[in-house]
Write a protein that binds this ligand. Structure first.
Ligand code: SF4
Length: 216
C-alpha cells in the first residue's frame, strides 16, 4: 500500500523542516510572484519583483497605471515578458475594479467563486489560481503541479487522474488544513528538485523505505 499523504508530509517535514513558503511581503506580492514564476525560475521572477518594488510599481493601482513598455522592461527577467506584463495588468485591473485595490477584501469571497473569477483572467490557469488562493489568501486550495504527479506516481499512486481529482485527494487527506497544504506542496517541490529529479537520486532519499520506485 502506498504511503499515506499524512505520513508523506511528516517524513518530508522531518527531512526539510518548515519550508516557509511563499516569500512575499503582501498578498499582492505573492500573487505577482505566482504569475511571474510561470515557466521561469524563482530567481528570475524575484529579479522582476525587485524591479517592480524599487520602481514603486508593486501595487495594483501602480501596475494599472504603468505604461506597458515600462512594465515589460521591469519583468523582462522572468521571460515571456510581453505576456506576463499583460497578465499582471489584467490581474491588477481585477483587484482594482472588484476589490478597490485591496486584496484583503478578496477574503470575503467564497473560495470557489474567487477561483472561477481568477480562472477567467488571461494567463491564470489552475496552478496559478490555486497558488494565489493558498499562499496569498490562505484558502484550502492545494496546488497540483508536475512535481506532484511525478512524486505521487513514483510512490505508487498510479494514474492520479485530472487536476481537480488530485486536488480533492490532497484536500481530503489533509482535512483542508491550510498550513499542511501549503507546506506539502512546497516540500514536494523541494524534494523533487533535491532528490526525486527527472532522473532520481535515490541513495539517501528520506522516502526510500516507502518508495516502490527507488533505484539502487
Ligand atoms: S527513492 Fe528515488 S524515486 Fe523514490 S522518492 Fe526517493 S528519489 Fe524519488
Amino acid at each position: 500500500m502506498a504511503v499515506t499523504i499524512v505520513r508523506l508530509l511528516a517524513m518530508l517535514r522531518h527531512e526539510y523542516g518548515d519550508p516557509h513558503w511563499w516569500p512575499g511581503d503582501t498578498p499582492f506580492e505573492v500573487a505577482v510572484g505566482a504569475i511571474l514564476t510561470q515557466r521561469a525560475s524563482w530567481r528570475n521572477a524575484e529579479i522582476s519583483i525587485q524591479n517592480l518594488k524599487s520602481s514603486g510599481r508593486l501595487s495594483p493601482g501602480a501596475l494599472v497605471a504603468c505604461p506597458v513598455a515600462e512594465l515589460e522592461e521591469l519583468v523582462r527577467s522572468s521571460g515571456f515578458f510581453r505576456q506576463k506584463a499583460r497578465y499582471l495588468k489584467a490581474f491588477s485591473e481585477f483587484v482594482v475594479s472588484a476589490f478597490d485595490e485591496d486584496m484583503e477584501r478578496m477574503k470575503t469571497r467564497p473560495t470557489e467563486e474567487l477561483r472561477d473569477e481568477l480562472l477567467e483572467l488571461p494567463g491564470i490557469g489552475r496552478e496559478t489560481a490555486d497558488s494565489i488562493l493558498l499562499y496569498a489568501l490562505g484558502r484550502a486550495s492545494f496546488v497540483v503541479d508536475a512535481y506532484t504527479y511525478r512524486l505521487m506516481g513514483r510512490l505508487g499512486y498510479g494514474q492520479l487522474g485530472d487536476y481537480e481529482t488530485v486536488q480533492a485527494m490532497f484536500r481530503r487527506s489533509l482535512r483542508s488544513r491550510v498550513k499542511d497544504m501549503s507546506d506539502l506542496h512546497a516540500l514536494i517541490v523541494i524534494h523533487c528538485k533535491d532528490k526525486c529529479r527527472r532522473i532520481p537520486d535515490c541513495p539517501g532519499c528520506v522516502l526510500d523505505r516507502v518508495c516502490p520506485s527507488k533505484r539502487k
